[in-house]
Design a protein around this ligand. Structure first.
Ligand SMILES: Cc1cc2nc3c(=O)[nH]c(=O)nc-3n(C[C@H](O)[C@H](O)[C@H](O)COP(=O)(O)O)c2cc1C
Length: 366
């Protein structure tokens, strides 16, 4: 007898935007845009497969937000001008043909940019060399360079980049905005004790380190208005520091999730390696449970390590409203349809992402 998976297929909504079910595709950078950052036909076909496969929500890969320091990777898509915004239109239309919602993830790479056609140098909250190594599957190599500490003017420009990009995303037809506050990129650098050494209003204790994400959120909200879902993605781990944990444990979770709830985030998207596991060593609560506790009324998307329906349901039982799949969606672009039809799901094959993480023809085959 098969398990009952009905709870994954109930409708819900985020800030008044309805979703047909609880399964989302997690944001995944696939470096398949033109060199100039415009989205391509290949990307439209790639994203449409998830929609046709039954996902209620698809979140785009991280899209860069300005022509200064935001771009992280060569062939990453941007949304910094009308041309780039219009290039997203056919991608949005392809996803919408299936009744799936499509949110744009807005990203500024900050100190871990490893491919920016507008600048040769990087910036971050402070002049602290990032941990880790550049990612070769995104065409990088070796250590990250030392970033310059951002000036007030550069911080204002970065905030404005998010706001203007959000407005362009809405006019291109996206149903919502996800601010990328996770995984080691600029917003997460501001949140992180060792990357943010500032002693001005952008730095200090955990609450003060949330100043930048709150500024970005408020600027985006002011620009797109109240009707558009604007969420924030949050993690402890980073692409350049996988095992990072918030030093303040529960108290940091309260400061960060509480700040987002207070700011009026339409949703919070938490991601961890295995999102159901305790967030802190020796603790009991997962990041899902902590986000639920400290942002009790904010819709919650959970991501990380979920590969089957039973685990997705367990994560929902822990407090998530929506479960986002990354690698399992790459392996099964029709994951929701397979679950509903009680079919087996395929295991993820990392070969898809090598040697470069771009979209492969095999992914687009019928
Ligand atoms: C190829 C690839 C690209 C990714 N790019 C992004 C990204 O652009 N933005 C983001 O927030 N997370 C990105 N991630 C992280 C995923 O959204 C997700 O958090 C991670 O894969 C863990 O979830 P999973 O176990 O379901 O795959 C990426 C992951 C992969 C595998």
């Amino acid at each position: 007898m098969s398990a009952n998976t009905d709870s994954l297929f109930t409708a819900t909504d985020i800030n008044g935007v309805s979703l047909g079910n609880r399964l989302a595709v997690a944001p995944m950078t696939r470096v398949s845009a033109n060199e100039g950052g415009t989205a391509t036909e290949t990307m439209a076909r790639y994203y449409e497969r998830f929609a046709g496969g039954g996902f209620g929500l698809v979140v785009t890969e991280g899209i860069y937000t300005d022509k200064a320091f935001a771009q992280g990777y060569f062939h990453q898509p941007g949304i910094t001008d009308e041309e780039q915004a219009q290039a997203w239109r056919p991608v949005v239309d392809a996803v919408h043909r299936h009744g799936t919602r499509f949110f744009a993830q807005l990203m500024h790479a900050g100190a871990i940019s490893q491919g920016n056609r507008f600048r040769n140098a990087t910036v971050g909250p402070s002049a602290v060399q990032p941990k880790g190594q550049q990612m070769e599957f995104y065409r990088g190599k070796g250590a990250y360079p030392m970033p310059a500490a951002m000036t007030e003017g550069q911080i204002a420009d970065a905030v404005e980049g998010f706001a203007a990009s959000a407005a362009r995303a809405v006019s291109a037809g996206f149903d919502g905005i996800e601010i990328h506050g996770a995984n080691g990129y600029l917003i997460d650098q501001f949140l992180t004790d060792y990357a943010n050494r500032r002693d001005d209003r952008w730095g200090g204790d955990t609450r003060r380190r949330t100043t930048f994400v709150r500024a970005v959120f408020e600027a985006v909200r002011a620009r797109v208005g109240a009707a558009v879902p604007v969420g924030v993605r949050i993690s402890q781990g980073k692409v350049n520091d996988f095992t990072h944990k918030w030093a303040g444990g529960d108290q940091d979770a309260e400061a960060i999730f509480g700040a987002l709830a207070e700011a009026g985030a339409s949703y919070i998207h938490v991601t961890e390696h295995k999102v159901w596991e305790p967030a802190f060593e020796g603790g009991r609560d997962s990041l899902v449970a902590l986000a639920r506790r400290y942002a009790p009324h904010v819709p919650l998307i959970a991501n990380g390590g979920v590969q089957d329906a039973a685990r997705a349901q367990e994560v929902m039982a822990a407090g998530a409203d929506i479960v986002a799949l990354g690698k399992a969606a790459l392996a099964n672009p029709d994951f929701p349809n397979r679950i509903r039809a009680e079919q087996e799901v395929s295991a993820f094959d990392p070969a898809i992402l090598g040697p470069i993480a771009n979209i492969k023809p095999s992914e687009l085959a019928a």
